[in-house]
Design a protein around this ligand. Structure first.
Ligand SMILES: C[S@@+](CC[C@H](N)C(=O)[O-])C[C@H]1O[C@@H](n2cnc3c(N)ncnc32)[C@H](O)[C@@H]1O
Length: 248
């Protein structure tokens, strides 16, 4: 299945899901606990063990790290922005923000949620960006929307777009037990139905080790890892998230 076929399926899915995504919020809330996780290659990695309401946990850390080294005006790109919650967090913090999403309905909501942000509607691969332009790039549950080869391709571009010394990226996805890829029915609140209809979308599943491998093999160094300790009520999933910078 090539990307244009995948895009048709995912545009339809996320146009339908757009109203639900508006409800996702950003919290920096409670203090997290560290938990060691052993990867398939035998390495032990420390994860911040956070509750599911902290799905967007890494945002505040990315902001903090960028402010230490970035020069104003700070620029941020959110790929697969959805309802624009991440964008508004950075826009309210004074960043110049750009969000890209392939779903027109998501883009419309994102513009309302983050009016100060520039919203580009379309496939991220169709938007050439200037090299070393961004201080922060976020991809929340976005890389899993692509076949692994396209995710690698996108990360290669992200590596060009992020500022080499002072920029940080944040990537997250759900924690899965297998690495299957294909068109799956989305489950919400334990049900596969949305307004009486099922929503099909393409996704690639990632175990913790496979997502770490994806980021590291693209030339990123992981600085902070987080995992939710309870399952998100809507999707019944745990999430993994990583703050990275370009490996020197
Ligand atoms: C799982 S949602 C995550 C939305 C948001 N980042 C969040 O965490 O709430 C994935 C988003 O990626 C968008 N998307 C999928 N493929 C894309 C592509 N090739 N280019 C841009 N956006 C894409 C979808 O339309 C959807 O809004």
């Amino acid at each position: 299945m090539d990307r244009s076929e995948i895009n048709i399926i995912n545009i339809d899915a996320y146009d339908k899901l757009a109203p639900l995504y508006k409800e996702r919020t950003i919290t920096t809330g409670r203090y997290p606990v560290l938990m060691p996780i052993t990867l398939d290659d035998g390495r032990q990695m420390q994860f911040f063990f956070i509750d599911s309401t902290q799905y967007n946990f890494g945002m505040a850390f990315v902001d903090f790290l960028v402010r230490k080294g970035g020069l104003s005006p700070l620029r941020m790109l959110d790929i697969g922005t959805g309802a624009g919650n991440t964008l508004s967090y950075f826009a309210d913090g004074g960043y110049k923000t750009v969000g890209v999403d392939i779903s027109q309905k998501m883009c419309r909501i994102a513009k309302r949620v983050s009016p100060k942000s520039e919203i580009l509607c379309g496939d991220i691969f169709d938007f050439p960006m200037i090299d070393r332009c961004f201080d922060a790039i976020t991809m929340m549950s976005m890389l899993c929307q692509l076949p692994t080869s396209d995710a690698q391709n996108l990360l290669a571009r992200v590596k060009q777009w992020i500022k080499f010394d002072t920029g940080y990226i944040y990537a997250s996805t759900s924690v899965e037990e297998n690495t299957e890829a294909g068109v799956f029915t989305k489950t919400m609140l334990g049900s596969t139905m949305l307004n009486g209809k099922s929503v099909q979308r393409f996704r690639t599943n990632y175990t913790i080790s496979k997502f770490v491998e994806l980021l590291e093999s693209a030339g990123f160094e992981i600085l902070m890892s987080s995992i939710t300790y309870d399952k998100d009520q809507k999707s019944n999933r745990q999430f993994q998230g990583y703050i990275c910078r370009v490996r020197s």
